[in-house]
Design a protein around this ligand. Structure first.
Ligand code: ATP
Ligand code: MG
Length: 323
């Protein structure tokens, strides 16, 4: 749920924003940090103020492991619910980390991506798990490692994730978030063909910076091979530790190398992620303020275009053809 003060924190928001909700008594004395709006109230306020809820696909990918893909995808999906989105999280990593982060461990007979991609219209709806956060999850398991054998045909690679995303959109969802494995396997190739936005998380080390370059090259090469419009590519610096010189140098490097792609602000390092992971929650559980919560709130608003728009602002571009 979103607190009144979080709603008023949105770029362009004024106190008038609350006046649009019929059952809110704006004259009453309320604690803005405690009083909350449910997702449908938030959605109607945001829709009335120009926020675009048309379906989109956001993927988190990097060829390097451990950069923050799963943390970012799960946190983005969970927080999007508070802003009134209806998210579906596709866990495509056979490690199943996104599923585990939400406390979901698929049983042997539960369907994962490899079981449903050929006939998503029939099999996706019953494969989705409704999580208490409001996120619907397509879980993952080691079975998904068979994808590299199944998706050998380039035509299938191009369409597999796209078809699943189209089915998701027909099933009342308006946001698909994809957690990719740290590789350039077929699941990632297929995701690149489907995503409107690809976020590449990176840390300060040379390997993950190199992986940003390689991931961008691969996105370009795959889109050229398949004749697809490039998705929007964004770079996200995670685990930024302000005490380290290297972190500041990396930020400087990224802002020069990727001026248009770099997301600001960076995600600071925090022990909150590990703590919440222990209890299979995200940093948005409860109301406790933290840098982790603040950073991901910024990220989610940026990625989802959550800001109060002036009347003639045009809606955010999404890549055509997927939905
Ligand atoms: N901003 C942060 N501050 C501190 N720890 C973090 C932060 N972001 C992520 N972590 C921790 O870093 C570890 C790796 O994060 P995560 O699993 O999200 O990376 P990943 O890119 O999905 O890894 P993989 O490539 O193995 O799938 C996790 O233990 C996570 O809790
Ligand atoms: Mg991961």
């Amino acid at each position: 749920m979103l607190s009144y003060s979080e709603l008023l924190n949105i770029e362009g928001a004024t106190p008038d924003l609350l006046a649009g909700v019929a059952d809110i008594d704006t004259a009453a004395q309320v604690d803005l940090d405690q009083a909350e709006l449910n997702p449908s109230q938030v959605r109607s306020i945001l829709e009335a103020n120009g926020v675009d809820f048309s379906p989109r696909v956001i993927a988190f990918a990097s060829l390097k492991g451990g950069t923050g893909k799963t943390t970012s995808s799960v946190t983005t999906a969970v927080r999007s619910v508070d802003y009134g989105f209806r998210p579906c999280l596709l866990d495509l990593d056979s490690q199943g980390s996104a599923s585990l982060a939400l406390g979901v461990m698929p049983k042997d007979d539960d369907d994962v991506f490899v079981d449903i991609w050929q006939k998503p219209g029939e099999s996706l709806p019953r494969a989705l798990i409704e999580h208490s956060s409001g996120v619907s999850l397509l879980p993952s398991s080691l079975d998904n490692s068979l994808l590299d054998v199944q998706l050998v045909n380039p035509g299938a690679q191009k369409s597999a994730v796209r078809e699943v995303c189209s089915t998701v959109a027909r099933e009342r969802y308006d946001l698909v978030v994809i957690d990719c494995p740290p590789s350039l396997g077929t699941a990632v190739i297929s995701t690149i063909c489907a995503a409107d936005v690809i976020v590449i998380p990176t840390n300060s080390d040379r390997f993950s910076l190199k992986a940003v370059e390689l991931t961008i090259q691969e996105i370009n090469a795959i889109c050229e091979t398949f004749g697809l419009i490039l998705p929007s590519i964004r770079v996200l610096f995670t685990k930024f530790d302000k005490r380290l010189r290297l972190a500041h140098d990396t930020l400087e490097f990224l802002s020069v190398r990727y001026p248009a792609e770099l997301i600001s602000p960076s995600i600071r390092t925090s022990s909150e992620y590990a703590k919440q992971l222990e209890v299979q929650k995200t940093v948005f559980a409860g109301r406790k303020k933290s840098v982790a919560r603040e950073d991901y709130d910024h990220l989610v608003r940026e990625l989802l275009g959550v800001k109060v728009k002036i009347a003639d602002d045009s809606p955010a571009d999404t890549r055509s053809g997927v939905f």
